[in-house]
Design a protein around this ligand. Structure first.
Ligand code: AMP
Ligand code: GLY
Length: 421
């Protein structure tokens, strides 16, 4: 079958690479993809958020039997709803379900109402009220923009002054546009973070192998929050015992809550978790595959991804056996100088040969005058799959040497804290 994948990044590159391994896969289109995706799919010059444009493209290409919507924004804008209305098959949650990521006020309230463990929190849409509240709180305190903010809408405040600045920036200064006009203010949790991506059709929920993101820009978890500087899978500390606690206390109650709220979630539901000494708690939900978690998780999937997507759409996920490799994967993200703040685009990327167990997932690249050039903050994710995390890390860093562009920067310690124990 022919498939359209909506999205531009490393996550979409990893999804497409997996789709084309399937014997069911025909031609793959990507809207709008990037230089790396262009090597394995036909690029379509339509923006992922151009809902009308995408629906029109699928209407005009009768051969497309499945559209996979990967990024948060088009999901929140209702691309899946619009495709379904036009009679097409689409993979991803409806806008009503994607709100679990698109509004942190919504997901906090849901967790409160359904006793799903999370940081205690209050929501505010009035600056003065929020300011009054943070005055009486213990620090550190976490302030989050309600809406979608490219993983950057979270500020960890050490004292009242920095909380005031964060609230001002979000609620008055419009640092995240409309996404920051409402905020969630929550207690700071201490523990190890783990990302658990799941497949769900609203009836069955199947966790993928666990992974860990490295969100801060600099080595030693210093610097600003980013979309993710690197990942590992699986998370060595995420034991079978923790997995069963999470299934009972978090995964199943979330599916039930969404059903009862009339927002049945079908797609990939991502649980950002933290293992505290008072149990595992939810830090955030995403309504989609994570980036760069996908670049370490999907390479470990042994089953057919098209079969899984089809089963989810048809609500028969319980019939599918999903198998995972027992190997490990490490992804090192190569970024533009300056990211996550301002950076330049258009730097020529030189790419040499890498070993067979390494994949270069393109995040922010495009072709310009026949050359691959940088086109985003996160440029290429270098993923190695090997028999152990330490071997995968060594192979990934060896392969990093094959890629170069002006002002390239990356973390040198991806995986270290998990490998050293
Ligand atoms: P989020 O976008 O909600 O995943 O937040 C980004 C990052 O901020 C998380 O991965 C955590 O490292 C950190 N963070 C968010 N909420 C909390 C919290 N309540 N306590 C401690 N750290 C947090
Ligand atoms: N890497 C975290 C995310 O995709 O939101």
């Amino acid at each position: 079958m022919d498939i359209l994948v909506v999205g531009n990044g490393g996550r979409e590159h990893a999804i497409i690479k997996k789709l084309i391994e399937s014997p069911l896969c025909g031609k793959v289109y990507a809207a709008k993809g990037n230089a790396g995706i262009g090597k394995i799919a036909e690029l379509v010059d339509i923006d992922p958020c151009d809902i009308k444009g995408i629906v029109k493209f699928v209407n005009e290409h009768k051969n497309i039997e499945l559209t996979v919507v990967a990024p948060d924004d088009p999901l929140a804008l209702g691309l899946v709803d619009e495709l379904e209305k036009a009679g097409h098959r689409a993979f991803g949650p409806t806008a009503a379900a994607a709100v679990i990521e698109a509004s942190k006020c919504f997901s906090k309230q849901m967790m409160k109402d359904y006793n799903i463990p999370t940081a205690s929190a209050e929501s505010f849409d009035d600056f003065e009220e929020a300011l009054k509240y943070v005055k009486g709180q213990e620090y550190p305190l976490v302030i989050k923009a309600d809406g979608l903010a490219l993983g950057k809408g979270v500020v960890i405040c050490e004292d009242f002054e920095s909380a005031k600045t964060a609230l001002k920036d979000m609620m008055i200064g419009g640092a995240f546009g409309k996404a920051g006009s409402k905020v969630v203010i929550e207690e700071f949790l201490v523990g190890k973070e783990v990302s658990v991506l799941t497949f769900t059709d609203g009836k069955t929920i199947c966790p993928m192998v666990s992974s860990c993101d490295h969100k801060r820009a600099l080595d030693g978890d210093k610097g600003l929050n980013t979309g993710g500087m690197g990942t590992i899978a699986p998370a060595p500390f995420y034991t079978a015992e923790l997995q069963s606690e999470v299934m009972q206390n978090i995964l199943l109650p979330t599916v039930k809550a969404m059903n009862e709220l009339g927002r049945t979630f079908k797609g990939v539901l991502y649980f950002g978790l933290i293992v505290t000494d008072k149990g595992v708690k939810v830090i955030e939900y995403n309504a989609r595959f994570g980036d760069p978690e996908t670049q370490v998780v999907l390479p470990l999937l042994k089953s057919d991804l098209i079969e899984i997507f089809e089963a989810i759409i048809d609500e028969r996920l319980s019939e599918v056996k999903i198998e995972w490799s027992d190997r490990a994967a490490v992804c090192v993200m190569l970024c533009s100088g300056g990211y996550p703040k301002n950076y330049e685009k258009g730097k020529v990327v030189s790419i040499g040969k890498v070993k067979e167990n390494v994949t270069l997932y393109h995040s922010g690249t495009k072709i310009s005058d026949g050359a691959t050039v940088t086109n985003g903050g996160r440029v290429i994710g270098v993923t190695a799959v090997s028999e152990s995390l330490s071997k995968a890390r060594d192979d990934a860093y060896e392969a990093v040497k094959a890629v170069n562009f002006d002002k390239m920067h990356y973390r040198k310690d991806i995986g270290d804290k998990y490998i050293k124990g």
